[in-house]
Ligand binder design. Structure first.
Ligand SMILES: Cc1cc2nc3c(=O)[nH]c(=O)nc-3n(C[C@H](O)[C@H](O)[C@H](O)COP(=O)(O)OP(=O)(O)OC[C@H]3O[C@@H](n4cnc5c(N)ncnc54)[C@H](O)[C@@H]3O)c2cc1C
Length: 215
């Protein structure tokens, strides 16, 4: 059994400058104020949109992120309805072929502790049962019934930036699951560094000490 850490990778996101330029250009259509566009006007304009709740303009830009997380966390993620998802399938992927499953290390159990050992041995029991069911000729889609929530999954998520703002607000909050926060907080940090303004109000709550933005 392989035990790995969760991770994410931004697969698609335009440059911060292009995003700000586009959102300003599309948003100014509402006010027919395109003549006010300057090299530095986008940040103030977009801040105004966010403060006023004129968030539909942000929907013009999208981001795609690949997450490597456990099935429990992925089940929470797919509750967000305004996204496109493509997820590793436990119906079609046969972990019996490699003879082992991969699980995500839980961030809340200290390695070597009694809780960690209990978690690890439960996953091993699941793995052994899965392998036996596959070896007996069972389809992976049947054998998956014994797989743990900790099973590693890959999921690609595409949404517009308004929906990502919503996801990041909910999923970085104290109330969110620790393993969800484990990937969403670094994602929010990276976004704040790469794109000005759009995520700043959310980041201000999560990082009250501030984050450094790329030049
Ligand atoms: C801390 C936490 C605990 C949770 N616990 C549970 C739980 O115990 N059980 C459980 O079942 N779920 C739980 N959830 C999931 C939660 O109920 C939502 O399903 C999930 O967070 C998706 O959020 P959403 O519906 O706001 O957003 P999305 O589906 O991402 O939609 C974005 C926004 O679009 C709008 N929208 C989307 N669809 C509609 C619609 N049909 N009608 C009107 N407006 C719409 C809403 O404004 C919505 O906020 C929990 C979520 C969190 C963050």
């Amino acid at each position: 059994m392989k035990i790995i850490l969760p991770s994410y990778k931004i697969e698609y996101l335009k440059s911060g400058l292009e995003i700000l330029h586009n959102i300003e250009l599309y948003g100014r259509t509402c006010y027919k104020s395109e003549d006010m566009i300057t090299e530095t006007s986008a940040e103030k304009f977009i801040k105004m949109l966010i403060v006023r709740g004129h968030h539909s303009v942000i929907e013009h830009e999208n981001m795609t992120v690949r997450f490597i997380i456990d099935r429990g966390v992925s089940h929470e993620l797919v509750r967000h309805r305004l996204c496109a998802f493509s997820q590793e399938s436990t119906r079609y992927c046969n972990y019996g072929h490699v003879g082992e499953i991969t699980v995500i290390k839980p961030c809340f159990y200290k390695e070597g502790s009694r809780e960690y050992e209990t978690w690890q041995s439960a996953c091993q029991v699941s793995e052994a049962a899965y392998n036996r069911l596959v070896e007996a000729g069972g389809k992976p889609e049947y054998a998956r019934s014994v797989l743990p929530n900790s099973l590693k999954t890959e999921i690609v998520v595409t949404a517009n930036l308004r929906e990502w703002r919503h996801i990041l607000t909910l999923r970085t909050a104290q109330a969110a699951h620790p393993q969800m926060r484990e990937v969403m907080i670094p994602l929010l940090k990276e976004l704040t560094e790469r794109v000005a303004i759009i995520f700043d109000d959310i980041a201000a709550v999560v990082f009250p000490e501030g984050v450094r933005r790329e030049a």
